[in-house]
Design a protein. Structure first.
Ligand code: SAH
Ligand code: SF4
Length: 359
């Protein structure tokens, strides 16, 4: 017997291949994409522009199914954290972060993570599995269609559990559905892939999809970065910077990247390191996002104090870098069930608000 296919994670071109395989016209792919991702319909029998024989045929060879929301935790400020249960039994988390003009969803790409950054609660859990494309886009689907009282998602950040560039194909496939005008219609600026610096995949990314890129740097020198982000031993800072510059060159100066830097007390927050960071990034078209370390059980690190944070920020700003500081939100839900927290990035000028979430 044929194994049934879950069509939730199929981009337009994958759906076109699917319909070609079953000798149906190409335009069915467009119709189906809209039914699933614009109307939120999962049952073929409700797809009224499909004739009955087609609906029955689809039912016998395919299905459309998102993962399950196991728990919902709401913080008083409006951040909502969802615990999502996958088919395998693994749990991942996604966070909805409302802002004035945006509704950002922070999604997971892997259950756990193999990279073991020393400041990260997901890293401490170890790696469980790569999410499939349907499990990734399923998070966006659930956030848009599961709770009709909530506003639709306007921005998606791959800043939940896992390293997105180590789950490349499913991440790209799901991001294509997010961008597609017949899917969620999000522009490239509204989708951010955050990476710890997997250089071969950064190099490949522009050939696959045009989205925003964030690099989790956290240290300007190898000795320190090797300790905080162990994957640095494989892809050291000079390799990472080369990939960033090549990436920017491919877009001929029309893009920038975000550099993320978690500030840990006494570890990577000295004025000297701020100056070294500025030197490393000189000439790289980027903005810097400082993230005060978010403590979690079992970690000995502490969040940098406010004086060190503002000194660090001021040094970067004096050197001409656009530097934002992420402000913690959603502590109430964090305390309730784990390590994920809603974050709000407030620009130093207090004008621009960028939403993020960290672990
Ligand atoms: N694996 C990817 C994406 C997920 S982590 C990456 O590393 O970029 C998303 C962001 O949260 C990263 O910038 C990461 O450095 C940050 N982060 C992880 N643990 C954190 C903590 N305890 N406090 C603050 N930020 C953290
Ligand atoms: Fe993995 Fe990112 Fe956490 Fe590092 S910071 S362990 S890459 S999820």
């Amino acid at each position: 017997m044929e194994i049934k296919e879950n069509l939730l994670g199929y981009s337009l071109s994958s759906l076109e291949d699917f319909f070609k395989k079953i000798n149906e016209p190409k335009f069915r792919a467009k119709q189906l994409l809209q039914w699933i991702h614009q109307k939120g319909v999962l049952d073929f029998n409700e797809m009224t522009d499909f004739n009955k024989p087609l609906r029955e045929r689809l039912d016998s060879i395919a299905y459309i199914l998102p993962p399950i929301i196991e728990e919902i935790h709401k913080s008083p400020e409006g951040t909502i954290k969802y615990l999502i249960k996958l088919d395998s039994g693994s749990m991942v988390e996604m966070v909805r972060i409302p802002e004035k003009k945006r509704m950002t969803l922070c999604i997971s790409s892997q259950a756990g993570c193999a990279l073991q950054c020393t400041f990260c609660a997901t890293g401490a859990q170890g790696f469980e599995k790569n999410l499939t494309a349907d499990e990734i886009i399923g998070q966006v689907w659930l956030a848009n269609f599961n709770d009709k009282n909530e506003l639709p998602i306007t921005n998606v950040v791959f800043m939940g559990m896992g390293e997105p560039l180590l789950n490349f194909r499913p991440v790209i496939e799901s991001a294509k559905i997010m961008k597609d005008q017949l899917g969620y219609g999000l522009s490239r600026k509204r989708i951010t892939i955050s990476t710890s610096g997997i250089t071969p995949q950064i190099d490949k990314l522009p050939d696959e999809i045009d989205v925003s890129l964030a690099i989790s740097l956290h240290a300007p020198i190898n000795e320190l970065r090797d300790e905080l982000v162990p994957i640095n031993k494989k892809y050291p800072i000079n390799m990472l910077m080369k990939s960033c510059n090549d990436y920017l060159d491919k877009y001929e100066g029309k893009r920038n990247i975000t550099i993320e830097y978690v500030l840990i007390d006494g570890v990577n927050d000295s004025p000297e390191l701020a100056r070294q960071l500025a030197k490393l990034l000189s000439g790289v078209y980027c903005k810097i996002n400082l993230i005060p370390f978010n403590p979690f059980d079992g970690s000995n690190y502490k969040r940098s104090n406010n004086t060190n944070i503002s000194n660090f920020k001021n040094i970067l700003m004096d050197k001409g870098f656009i530097t934002t500081l992420r402000i913690t939100r959603g502590d109430a839900i964090d305390g309730a069930c784990g390590q994920l927290v809603g974050k709000l990035t407030k620009s130093v000028k207090g004008k621009k608000l960028i939403s993020h979430r960290s672990i």
